[in-house]
Design a protein around this ligand. Sequence first.
Ligand SMILES: Cc1ncc(COP(=O)(O)O)c(C=O)c1O
Length: 394
Amino acid sequence: MCSVDADVTKTSPVSVTSKLPDVGVSIFAVMTRLANEHGAINLSQGFPDFDCDPALVDAVAVAMRQGHNQYAPMPGVLPLREAIASKVHTCYGATYDPQTEVQIVSGATAGLYATLTAFVHPGDEVILFEPCYDSYVPVIRLSGGTPVFVSLRYPEYRVDWDEVRRAITPRTKAILVNTPHNPTGTMWTADDITALTALVDGSDILLIGDEVYEHIVFDGRRHESLLRYPALRERACVISSFGKTFHTTGWKVGYCVAPQPILAEVQRVHQFMTFTVHTPSQWAFAEFAARDPLAEKLAPFYQQKRDLFLDLIEGSRFRPLACEGTYFQLLDYSAIARDHSDTDMAMRLIIEHGVASIPCSAFLYKDTGGPVLRFCFAKKEETLRAAAERLRQV
Ligand SMILES: Cc1ncc(COP(=O)(O)O)c(C=O)c1O
């Protein structure tokens, strides 16, 4: 058995000049550790506590037995790329060539890494809407780029398009759009798309669409994918994740779609990151993505969970903010402890009440954010019931 040497005081003759000096242990790891220490119910990290379809697991096993155990082609197995091209055509009316315009990646994180690394040169600026997912900023910085933040402000978290206009400079290389949005649960509207279209028209700005929650949308809302709009998709690389759609976050399989000249650059980087993605999983997803209607069932499935969670916390002193999509619910705690920072409140919730959440400041760089915590409701009914019971006591 191997053991991990926990001696963090060890020295090394290597001189370490960190490329990411500001990056420490992530808040997700901190909250999960605290949750474990205090036996708290963990609604912090964004993954289901229920299993994926066993037939999907069987499909991976079948692929393994059939001998799909060696490197897949660099862009991914063709039937999976074909299934993705067909899906984006059905969902968004966009036509992509599965041979040259679809890339399978090791989760959306790798797709984001490859895309940003391929396009961001030292001195380039990338416009981000904060709060934002935690991988964007470090990757931009690793490429020598500068993140330029536009704030989505508590409690509505809508885009201020004048602020975006002011943020665009001759150095703007890309605008990174995440809708449905983690952590706020907001979704872009057709008006947002119109505003973005007007702003990028005539420029050479790349759009990067992080659309991992594309199928988790509520109350009949339409996901405004960049892929729906010819004037946007011609300049966009859109990234999604099977982890969110098929309850398989641990498999780390996702994809990028983009016009060939853009995707070719993403592929230049991807081939030296992972080169290819776990082959049997790709075959399994190829089968499921082509025939399984899970994507269609996902919205009602998670809407039921969101509504259950909201019903269960009724009568508590937490105030839910609007959750239009994703599997995250923001709860406003200002009626409980207005003077607490969100990190203090999240700690208190774990230690005194046994529920783990994520403070929204973990997704912020510039703004101070509001008195809100993020709760993941991709959980079994009994988990949500137990957590809500504790939240009602706060
Ligand atoms: C907005 C957003 N983008 C990207 C990812 C990463 O997805 P993956 O696990 O497929 O790398 C996540 C995962 O939580 C996310 O919330």
